[in-house]
Design a protein around this ligand. Structure first.
Ligand SMILES: Cc1ncc(COP(=O)(O)O)c(C=O)c1O
Length: 406
């Protein structure tokens, strides 16, 4: 399955206007028509190959969308100006006022805040549960439930949802399963496991250069068309449109995704294994000690490993802050939110990307204030990186005498 998938996605071919190896960038917000009837038909969505206005679609956005649909094995895809633009469009397309969502309790803080705080305005309520437990998800489903939502690998706790089991449950109740696959592109293919729609924050691994914000929804042609509908499409009407210039640069970066994901995974596994051997509390789905190891292993595309993210728990916020500052000073990486960059990035989610989640709920879900999320970079010499991390930990006395001797 993997090789085929990579071949397809890297083989998506669009020549530039002058035969260039990259498609030409569509540098227009609006498009001309030779006759008025074609314009009307295009408005109605009936003319293949015609463009109307770039908030609806543009050649560059469609090129990127096609590559992303191929990546996820879906019929179609729509790109957005951010991951949150994609998430909010999907939710508002699938849910009406008074509807209900069952969501994983460990999700990106922005998505959590959207569901918990913002959607209240529309009386859309969310039950947050541990989606690794199928019974808990089923218990929350009511006649008003219009969506089951999870992250394939959750932010920041790296919990792994069993997509196939969730998809079967969703099917039983005729509810769409929407999966945010931002943490595990290529490594997990949610649509192939039965998800109705797959979302990515392209800002992360897929673009890979931390120079832009973008998102995508991959799904059926009907669903993607509904999001773009000029009368009722949340994507079209909320206006979170990706700029063509940026779509073009993301497409170019995406060409190297397979090789990057393999390296991120290889490096993350190395660091996780070393830290675990040192007696550090480390969480990585590729470690046998991780609660999601079996689930990840059975649903992964094995060529790509277990992803580039690990978490380390150093107990207190003070320890976490000291360690991150020292790691930055020693050029291991940057004290910054986000992930999927060539350089290692680290942050303490409790006070940053998950700070939208109230402290008592963070405690319930196991998000300790001393937790550091680390997006491992593409370091050529990962042993050297580990040695530097080890030096930082010794300097801060985070390795006990016992662990040092081991
Ligand atoms: C898992 C996940 N989904 C969605 C988002 C939101 O994406 P964006 O920042 O591109 O809007 C993030 C951002 O950190 C994320 O980590």
């Amino acid at each position: 399955m993997d090789n085929n998938m990579v071949k397809n996605f890297q083989d998506v071919q669009h020549f530039g206007e002058f035969g260039g190896v990259n498609p030409s960038i569509s540098d227009s917000s609006t498009y001309t028509f030779l006759n008025a009837k074609t314009m009307y038909d295009t408005f109605e969505g009936n003319t293949e190959g015609c463009y109307l206005y770039s908030r609806h679609s543009s050649p560059s956005n469609l090129h990127l969308a096609e590559a992303l649909a191929t990546l996820e094995g879906t019929e179609n895809a729509n790109v957005y100006a951010s991951g949150m633009g994609a998430i909010s469009s999907v939710i508002l397309q699938l849910c009406d006022a008074g509807d209900h969502i069952v969501s994983s309790r460990t999700i990106y803080g922005g998505t959590y805040a959207l569901m918990k705080n913002f959607l209240k305005k529309f009386n859309i309520n969310t039950s947050f549960v541990d989606t690794t437990c199928i019974d808990m998800v089923e218990n929350e489903i009511t006649t008003k439930t219009k969506m089951i939502y999870c992250e394939a690998v959750s932010n920041p706790l790296l919990e792994v949802s069993d997509i196939k089991a969730l998809a079967q449950l969703a099917k039983k109740y005729n509810i769409p399963l929407v999966v945010d696959n931002t943490f595990s592109p290529l490594s997990i293919s949610p649509a192939k496991l039965g998800a109705f729609a797959v979302i990515h924050s392209l800002t992360k691994f897929i673009n890979g250069t931390s120079d832009c914000v973008a998102g995508v929804v991959c799904g059926t042609t009907d669903f993607c068309a509904s999001l773009k509908d000029v009368n009722s499409g949340a994507g079209m009407l909320l206006g979170s449109t990706l700029d063509s210039l940026r779509a073009s640069s993301i497409l170019k970066n995406m060409r190297t995704l397979p090789i990057r994901i393999k390296k991120h995974s290889e490096n993350a596994l190395y660091i996780a294994q070393k830290l675990e051997a040192d007696g550090i509390k480390v969480s990585y789905p590729g470690l046998k000690s991780h609660s999601g190891f079996n689930t990840y292993s059975k649903q992964m595309n094995s060529n790509y490993g277990y992803g580039g993210l690990i978490t380390v728990n150093v107990e207190t916020l003070e320890n976490a802050n000291n360690l991150m500052e020292l790691m930055q000073a020693k050029k291991i990486g940057y004290l910054a939110v986000s992930l999927g960059f060539y350089k290692t990035l680290f942050s303490a989610p409790g006070t940053s990307t998950s700070s939208e989640i109230p402290v008592e709920e963070q405690i319930t879900m196991g998000l300790s204030e001393g937790l550091i999320r680390i997006s491992i970079g593409l370091d050529e010499n990962i042993k050297k990186t580990y040695d530097l991390i080890n030096t930082c930990m010794r300097e801060l006395k985070l390795l006990t005498q016992k662990t040092v001797m081991v």
